[in-house]
Design a protein around this ligand. Structure first.
Ligand SMILES: Cc1cc2nc3c(=O)[nH]c(=O)nc-3n(C[C@H](O)[C@H](O)[C@H](O)COP(=O)(O)OP(=O)(O)OC[C@H]3O[C@@H](n4cnc5c(N)ncnc54)[C@H](O)[C@@H]3O)c2cc1C
Length: 449
């Protein structure tokens, strides 16, 4: 071997050694009181409430913005804050929604008008970019530090609480805290800690929100011809059955929006998210190409697409109390009820669609603090879609106004627990309710014995 080739070989070996040592940059350790994981509708409210209560708070969010399904998933119509003619959910979530509507010069629905089973008429449409920016402003004003593009990789118990190791794009970080709040929608923190999570064998389908502009007078379009063509395209395998789960004319009148089902959509891990997003965008492409072949719709435009597929169901955490469908439809109240909830039972099925089951007149369900405490845990709360509930109750409890209210309650409990050096279940319920009320929340009164 000549000198040149041996020095080349040495350089190659050195290069391999150097490559083997290349690891993500480790950032300086952060110490705080409360870590909120997941910045969706629940996580925003949890973090703002915790920060406002004086706890040093860090919010870890895996994506590029806050809002979760409300923003990244394109489901920008939070509901329901009102029931039977009066407001039942307010607080930090309502403050954010109201600020967004006001800055956007938009209008709120008339909540005094009963809408019967047309509950969606009382949902509030929010401008997504404004909602994100205003949420970030509220988080900053509450002193919350946000870490985007990060997720916990490992969580260890410490004498004082927790050590959370996060992995992010290009770096890793260790955060120590006293209390953790799991607002991931999937109970990801509970899962990392080996706590029990519940899931069904067949998940409810997700939906991909995109916006079409037909660029034609739909009243002149033959609805039967359109539907026949759609059905034929499905039979021929050009389209898949749930590419449009509505009547096609209704889908066009609604500018497409969430008019499809994405089978088995999962947000609980990167592979699941990747598969759901690929399926969602392919479904959109199939529909768009199909519509352009329909006489009269040649000029249809794709004008918007949400960043990710909206996911309805993954894991639910099994908590100190599990809210059942019966509790929900009876509007049960407990001594530790921390907020109200309001929505029909809303179970979706890939083959059968959705047939909402509405609550009886006057019924307004509630959520006990124990449904936000994973069973057998200490120094940990859960809020939002993955709260402790059976499948049917969860199909109603997962809506955004309720996620916001449970998030605020969890943030308040976490901040008080951190201050008092206790686990959240030991925080005096009166103090917790007082803090929530001081921050604008509506809290169910104590149960009369
Ligand atoms: C198609 C569809 C239609 C719907 N319609 C309505 C409706 O009409 N009205 C209504 O109010 N609600 C509706 N919902 C329900 C509602 O939008 C969601 O259930 C709700 O937004 C969930 O809020 P969340 O904060 O619990 O979770 P998400 O909004 O899912 O937020 C969780 C956040 O956590 C982050 N995250 C997840 N894992 C990690 C991790 N390991 N580390 C860090 N971050 C993580 C995610 O990126 C996300 O930002 C609908 C849902 C779907 C899918």
């Amino acid at each position: 071997m000549d000198v040149k080739s041996s020095s080349l070989k040495l350089a190659a070996v050195l290069c391999c050694v150097m490559l083997a040592e290349v690891v993500a940059m480790e950032l300086p350790q952060v110490d705080c009181d409360v870590v909120v994981v997941g910045g969706g509708s629940a996580g925003i409210c949890a973090a703002v409430q915790s920060g406002r209560a004086g706890a040093k708070t860090v919010l870890i969010e895996a994506s590029h913005q806050v809002g979760g399904n409300t923003t990244t998933g394109g489901v920008n119509f939070p509901g329901l804050f009102h029931a039977w003619g009066k407001q039942v959910i307010a607080g930090i979530g309502w403050e954010l929604v109201a600020k967004t509507v006001a800055l956007d010069d938009a209008t709120m629905p008339d909540f005094t008008k009963p809408v019967g089973k047309a509950h969606s008429k009382h949902q509030v449409v929010v401008n997504i970019p404004l909602f994100v920016a205003l949420a970030e402003e509220m988080l900053a004003q509450a002193g919350v530090t946000i870490h985007y593009h990060a997720a916990p990789l490992r969580i260890e118990r410490t004498h004082e609480g927790w050590r959370v190791m996060t992995a992010a794009v290009g770096d890793t970080r260790t955060i120590t805290c006293k209390q953790l709040v799991d607002c991931t929608g999937n109970g990801a923190v509970a899962g990392l800690l080996g706590l029990e999570r519940l899931q069904e064998t067949e998940r409810q389908p997700g939906s991909f929100v995109y916006t079409l502009k037909p660029n034609t007078d739909l009243s002149k379009l033959n609805g039967k011809m359109l539907q026949d063509r759609y059905d034929a395209a499905v039979r021929d395998g050009i389209l898949q059955p749930n590419d449009c789960r509505w009547n096609v004319m209704h889908y066009l009148r609604e500018n497409a929006q969430a008019g499809n089902y994405i089978e088995g959509a999962d947000s609980s891990n990167a592979d699941g998210r990747t598969a759901a997003n690929l399926m969602g965008r392919q479904s959109m492409l199939r529909m768009f190409r199909f519509l352009k072949t329909v006489p009269g719709l040649e000029k249809v435009e794709l004008v918007g697409m949400s960043a990710e597929v909206g996911v309805r169901e993954t894991f639910r955490v099994n908590g100190e109390y599990l809210i059942t469908k019966q509790d929900y439809v009876d509007g049960r109240k407990w001594d530790d009820s921390v907020c109200y909830a309001f929505y029909p039972i809303d179970l979706h099925s890939q083959s059968k669609g959705v047939h909402p089951a509405h609550l009886r007149d006057g019924v307004v369900p509630t959520v006990p603090l124990r449904a936000l405490i994973p069973k057998g845990s200490t120094n940990l709360l859960v809020a939002g879609r993955c709260l402790s509930s059976d499948r049917e109750a969860n199909s109603a409890l997962r809506v955004q106004a309720t996620c916001m209210a449970t998030g605020q309650a969890a943030g308040a409990a976490a901040a008080l627990a951190a201050k008092q050096g206790v686990t959240p279940g030991k925080v005096p319920i009166g103090e917790l309710k007082a803090l929530l009320v001081a921050n604008g929340a509506i809290v169910p009164a104590a149960v009369r014995k």
